[in-house]
Design a binder for this molecule. Structure first.
Ligand code: NAD
Length: 455
């Protein structure tokens, strides 16, 4: 670990990454590596959790291609030194802000979108001129191995290097002098990372999880809401940080929505989703048994079938659920969807104001007043009105949490800003040196007060 970090520090101070054309070349190179190895990537994702081909392209590679292209098109502009107005008190001088990379960035990745969530922060860090050490997730071992191979065989390890391993590996990396830490994972581990970062006052971004609600009011287009909720919930078999964790629907439409979501599940995956090529598996036995324990058979409206050997959990709808049920006590992170009724929107707004702030929130409503009310009164990382998950497809939108779902953000310009320190410089002229600020101050205060009228 020591050697990797040392090598990256030396590379950083060689100044190579300060050259924008170097950054662009590396980003383009990574893009080409991904394109040339798409089949190997699909195979690794399928081996890890039977990730469907379409989802592998759309939610891992396409997102990365879009991000890289957006960065390539904009780095020149974002990396420019920006002049700002100089202050009267500093006359005569010029002031400017110089975007500067932090140095050595450690990216710690989760397993659920093991390519995209590892490389998306990495490309932002590269675009901003940092060197990158990537720690992929050990829970997606085939993808981790492939990422390490693709990165370490193609890039100078002083610039971009992958280190495979588990919590111990991460912790020993964290004991090294890093310049920035970008962590994506659970809230529980996020707290451990932040404590370790605090030892060296290393700045960090925490992209965490939580229970993201979908709310459906009486004005919603119910069929479309059902389709978009089912899609956002069951893509990646529910193992998505921004998937709708549960649904709150107006009591008058509760059963109707349950039936419509059931219809969508059948439409997407057929009567037996275990036979569908389009439905992923649970990542490992630990998560499989955690999830099966959350399914209370007495509360299953639809689904509920499981197969331990293939780690299959059928898309499952649960009703008659309250906040006391185990399924409502933790982030589900699997294909189980509790659907809860509500009577008054204000009532659930106040319920949610007293819960942890989620990473995402989705409102299905055509009522402008309700849209305004929910967007104004609830705190969450980001979300959609009348859709789920899709806000991640816009590189113009920053992505990140708030409170327990994390802090800081990335994607597009926000990535560039996250991995950049804005260095403020004032360049003073020597031709004039107003004596007002220097002691002895006798008589100066009067003049300073007069001058402040012109500020
Ligand atoms: P995790 O927190 O278990 O692991 C994430 C990373 O941290 C892995 O690389 C792992 O090796 C490392 N790690 C684990 N324990 C550690 C420890 N004690 N010390 C140091 N490092 C440690 O998360 P996960 O299970 O891989 O991912 C699922 C979680 O991540 C969910 O809560 C989900 O909501 C969240 N998530 C958030 C986002 C987001 O963008 N906000 C995206 C995906 C997943």
């Amino acid at each position: 670990m020591k050697q990797v970090v040392k090598k990256q520090q030396q590379f950083f101070y060689s100044g190579k990454t300060l050259d924008i054309s170097f950054r662009k070349k590396q980003l383009q190179k990574l893009r080409n590596i991904l394109t040339e190895n798409e089949d190997e990537i699909y195979t690794a994702l399928a081996e890890d959790f039977q990730k469907p081909l379409f989802e592998s392209f759309a939610t891992e590679l396409l997102v990365l291609y879009q991000e890289i292209d957006h960065l390539l098109a904009n780095i020149d502009h974002w990396a420019k030194t920006k002049k700002v107005k100089s202050s009267f008190l500093n006359f005569p001088s010029k002031s400017y802000i110089k975007p500067q990379p932090y140095g050595v960035v450690l990216v710690i990745a989760p397993w659920n979108y093991p390519v995209q969530l590892a490389l998306n922060p990495a490309v932002g860090a590269i675009a901003s001129g940092n060197t990158v050490i990537l720690k992929p997730s050990e829970n997606a071992p085939h993808t981790s191995e492939l990422l390490a191979k693709l990165i370490n065989n193609n890039f100078d390890s002083g610039f971009f290097h992958a280190v495979e391993g588990d919590a111990k590996t991460t912790q020993s990396l964290l004991s090294e002098p890093l310049d920035y830490i970008f962590f994506t994972g659970s809230t529980h581990v996020g707290k451990i990372i932040m404590k370790l970062a605090a030892d060296q006052l290393t700045p960090l971004t925490l992209e965490l999880g939580g229970k993201s609600p979908a709310i459906v009011d009486t004005s919603a287009d119910l069929s479309l809401a059902a389709k978009r909720i089912a899609w956002g919930k069951f893509i990646n078999a529910g193992q998505t940080c921004v998937s709708p964790d549960y649904v709150y629907v107006h009591a008058s439409m509760h059963m109707q929505l349950c039936r419509l979501i059931q219809k969508e599940i059948r439409g997407f995956y057929g009567d037996d989703p275990s036979q569908s090529d389009d439905f992923a598996r649970i990542i490992n036995d630990k998560h499989f048994s955690r999830l099966t324990n959350l399914i209370n058979p007495n509360k299953v409206f639809y689904g509920g079938n499981t197969d331990a050997e293939s780690r299959y959990i059928e898309p499952t709808i649960m009703t008659q659920v309250s906040w006391d049920d185990p399924v409502m006590q933790e982030e589900i992170f699997g294909p189980i969807l509790p659907i809860l009724p509500f009577d008054y929107l204000d009532e659930i707004i106040s319920t949610l104001q007293n819960k942890s702030k989620p990473l995402a929130l989705y409102l299905f409503s055509t009522d402008k007043n309700n849209q305004k009310k929910v967007m104004r009164n609830l705190q969450f990382g980001g979300g959609c009105i009348n859709d789920t998950v899709a806000h991640l497809g816009n590189t113009e939108l920053p992505f990140g949490g708030i409170g327990n779902s994390g802090f800081g953000g990335y994607h597009g310009k926000t990535s560039f800003d996250t991995f950049t320190h804005s260095k403020s410089i004032m360049k003073k002229s020597n031709w004039l040196d107003i004596p007002l600020r220097y002691p002895p101050y006798k008589g100066n205060l009067k003049w300073l007060k007069k001058l402040t009228k012109f500020l």
